[in-house]
Design a protein around this ligand. Structure first.
Ligand SMILES: [Zn+2]
Length: 345
């Protein structure tokens, strides 16, 4: 699954069009548009939120709005600049993302972007630079970019797209206006997916795979069947006794990142539910149920959650995927059935 919506897979016009149709981006769109038309739009924007919520499409929508000659609150789609944008050939748009399978944006890319942003506007309007995802840059890249952000020059807009802002240095963040991209409520996400994509896809399953992020759900649906139902049956149903080695073989090759994400979300939910159960137990006036299985299970689940999070970090790097899954599942499987939980030991 791509980590930032569909930044690399869809043409600019399609991304901007998707952003225009999403109800949960409406207030962000309006805020940016009003600031732009009121002459209050800062030259740096930092769009952030959970992956697949829509910050990438929003970035492209804002770029089109900046170019649009009609100067309305939405891109007109008709003017020469909108036409150039839609064709993917607007000369004043500069975009940097991860190349091919790289996990980070490289410093050379950032330097090239900085150089191209020093040129004058070809169309006489805004020049726009998009960096997506900006939170995969390293210190050298941030330093290479800082000067552009500090001295942007005339009519330059820099749109930075991120999942998490804590990795981005304060020197960068303090020069940008932050725009949070929320995830929609489940029913809104479902309505939108059914109306803009297909009506008969199992969107609830895909949304659950992706923590409720609609653009991630679209991506997941194009990759194959939802991963959640199978993993639920294998790992959380006490009637099955799965073989960790066989599962590791299969899962390390089939959408491992999506599976790890699902596992993290599933454990978080288990911890929430166990917490509620434990509260009920502790509020029991007889007191006899205190320190029951519920409380111990929470500790076990926290241990598993830590392991899954570690695996997610390793998975993004050069780790051996088969080994990573074997380690994870060997520790995981005995803990999910009726037996001892690993965190108890
Ligand atoms: Zn236009």
């Amino acid at each position: 699954m791509s980590e930032t919506d569909r930044g690399l897979e869809l043409p600019a016009a399609a991304l901007a069009g998707l952003a225009a149709s999403t109800p949960w981006l409406a207030s962000a769109r309006q805020r940016v548009a009003l600031a732009l038309r009121g002459g209050r739009l800062p030259h740096g924007l930092l769009l952030y939120g959970s992956p697949g919520g829509g910050q990438t499409p929003l970035a492209w929508w804002i770029a089109q709005l900046l170019f649009c000659r009609q100067q309305g609150l939405e891109p007109c789609g008709q003017c020469d600049d909108c036409v150039l944008f839609s064709a993917g050939t607007h000369p004043d748009l500069h975009w940097v993302g991860r190349e091919d399978k790289a996990t980070v944006i490289k410093v050379e890319q950032v330097r090239e972007l900085s150089v191209s942003l020093t040129s004058k506007s070809f169309r006489g309007g805004y020049r726009v630079g998009i960096i997506d995802p900006v939170d995969t840059m390293n210190t050298n890249s941030y330093n290479a970019f800082l000067k552009t952000l500090e001295e942007p020059g005339e009519r330059l807009a820099l749109i930075l797209v991120a999942q998490r802002t804590e990795r981005i240095p304060a020197t960068i963040q303090s020069r940008c206006q932050r725009v949070y991209v929320p995830r929609p409520p489940m029913d809104e996400a479902l309505r939108w997916l059914r109306s803009t994509e297909s009506a008969d896809t199992d969107w609830p399953a895909y949304l659950e795979d992706c923590g409720g992020a609609p653009f991630a759900a679209i991506e997941a649906a194009s990759a194959g069947e939802p991963v959640g139902p199978e993993m639920e049956a294998q790992l959380f149903d006490s009637r099955t006794t799965p073989d960790p080695m066989t599962l590791a073989q299969a899962w390390s090759k089939d959408r491992p990142a999506a599976r790890l994400q699902w596992l993290e979300l599933r454990l978080q939910r288990a911890i929430r539910e166990q917490g509620e159960m434990s509260d009920q137990v502790n509020n029991n006036p007889s007191g006899r149920l205190k320190n029951s299985a519920a409380g111990r299970n929470i500790r076990g689940s926290f241990g598993l959650l830590d392991e899954v999070r570690r695996a997610r970090q390793l998975e993004a790097g050069p780790a051996n995927p088969l080994l990573l899954w074997e380690n994870l599942l060997v520790g995981f499987l005995p803990a999910t059935g009726q037996g001892t939980r690993r965190g108890d030991r």
